[in-house]
Design a protein around this ligand. Structure first.
Ligand SMILES: Nc1nc2c(ncn2[C@@H]2O[C@H](COP(=O)(O)OP(=O)(O)OP(=O)(O)O)[C@@H](O)[C@H]2O)c(=O)[nH]1
Ligand SMILES: [Mg+2]
Length: 383
């Protein structure tokens, strides 16, 4: 809705530069008029130029008045979408008028946030003088009320004495009921959708009627809002546009239209860029996913490969161990056989020797026997 915010100190509407830049464009207007027989004196030309520049560069000014603490500064901040005016929960806050430029397409509307009345009679006197100075140069006057405030004597006094004469003379005026989120039953306020509940709405309507009657205003000149909840701010802007005098209204509408167009083009370009970036991010995510899957697969493969290597190495080692143990067994068997063979051979050798000795003994015995037999005188052959 509303664009950037600029805090300005000066009350001057036209810059030197602006006046000079526009001056030349009126020369053709004057020569056209002269062609039609309308000769304009130089001093009038200057006045006309100045007036035309005023219309061209005109930034309507809205004064925001009301009692202290009703939320004037909060309202200005909410309209501009930034906290540039100081606000306070406790004490009267704004001490000097502050002019803020709402920039729409580079130009715009000025809001004048002023100190609120009703703090003390001394201050009221001081502010009354200030209001008197400010009121003539305003294009639109806001008088802000607090929704849950009943007392209205200082509102009435200031309105009747200072503002009413301007309203009666045709100066656009809007009564703004702020802080409607606090209207009873305040628990009904829909925080999510930032709007009042059914009973609250009925009470807001009642309050609206009451204010309209109190100030003798038509109902459409009393607008309920909530600065903190940003409720009805669009309606407020709309009311500003429609309350401005015809000339300024036209300029404002033109600016808003242009700003909306510019905003649309900007938003469209941003949306397209965001979409392209989203597509790119999607592609990248897809690629990253594939890469991650590939890496995961590679990792799994490497792990399996390492495990296979390990199993193979273990098998190899087991094989070697088996061979070694078989070999050891065989070696053990071989040495056992060797020992056995030795034992056998030793035993057999001894047996052989015994046998041999026995054989020799037998042989000797046999020979002796034979000789005995042979030499026996009793034997016939020895007879
Ligand atoms: N609940 C609620 N509180 C609000 C709203 N607007 C303003 N306030 C509170 O009202 C208090 C006064 O707000 P200001 O913006 O400082 O009032 P002000 O009218 O500028 O006061 P002065 O500068 O002293 O004249 C702050 O605590 C705000 O937060 C609103 O819409 N709802
Ligand atoms: Mg203030």
């Amino acid at each position: 809705m509303l664009a950037s915010v600029t805090c300005i100190k000066t009350h001057k509407i036209l810059s030197e530069k602006g006046m000079k830049a526009n001056k030349s464009s009126y020369t053709s207007l004057f020569s056209t008029l002269e062609k039609h027989g309308l000769i304009i004196a130089p001093e009038y030309k200057t006045k006309i130029e100045e007036r035309l520049n005023q219309v061209r560069n005109y930034e309507p000014k809205v004064g925001v008045f009301g009692k202290t603490g009703v939320g004037k500064s909060s309202l200005c901040n909410a309209l501009f979408g930034q906290d540039i005016c100081e606000i306070s929960d406790i004490k009267a806050c704004t001490r000097k008028p502050q002019e803020i430029l709402l920039s729409i397409g580079g130009r715009g509307l000025k809001l004048l946030d002023v100190p609120g009345v009703g703090e003390s009679s001394e201050r009221d006197k001081e502010y009354e003088e200030l209001y008197e100075k400010l009121l003539p140069e305003l294009d639109l006057i806001f008088w802000v009320f607090k929704a849950d405030d009943r007392a209205g004597s200082s509102d009435e006094r200031f309105y009747k004495r200072l503002i009413r004469p301007y309203v009666d003379a045709g100066k656009p005026f809007l009564a703004v009921i702020n802080q409607v989120d606090k209207i009873e039953p305040f628990r009904e306020w829909n925080e999510e959708e930032r709007r009042p509940g059914a009973k609250q709405s009925a009470n807001i309507d009642e309050k609206r009627k009451h204010i309209a009657g109190f100030f003798d205003l038509p109902l459409n000149k009393v607008l309920p809002i909530s600065a903190n909840e940003k409720y009805n701010l669009d309606k407020l802007v709309d009311s500003i546009i429609h309350a401005l005098p015809k000339e300024q209204k036209f300029i404002m509408l033109e600016k808003i239209h242009k700003a909306e167009e510019e905003n649309y083009v900007k938003l469209k370009a941003e949306a397209e860029k965001a979409q392209a970036e989203a597509e790119k991010a999607k592609d990248e995510a897809k690629r990253a996913k594939i890469k991650a899957e590939e890496e995961q697969a590679r990792f799994r493969y490497e792990k399996m490969k390492a495990e296979a290597e390990k199993v193979r190495a273990e098998a190899e080692r087991a094989k070697i161990e088996t061979i070694i143990s078989q070999f050891a067994r065989r070696e053990a068997e071989a040495s056992w056989l060797e020992i056995a063979a030795e034992v056998v051979s030793e035993t057999l050798g001894a047996a052989l020797e015994t046998g041999k000795a026995a054989l020799e003994a037998g042989k000797s015995a046999l020979e002796a026997g034979f000789n005995a037999v042979k030499n026996n005188k009793w034997m016939p052959w020895n007879w």
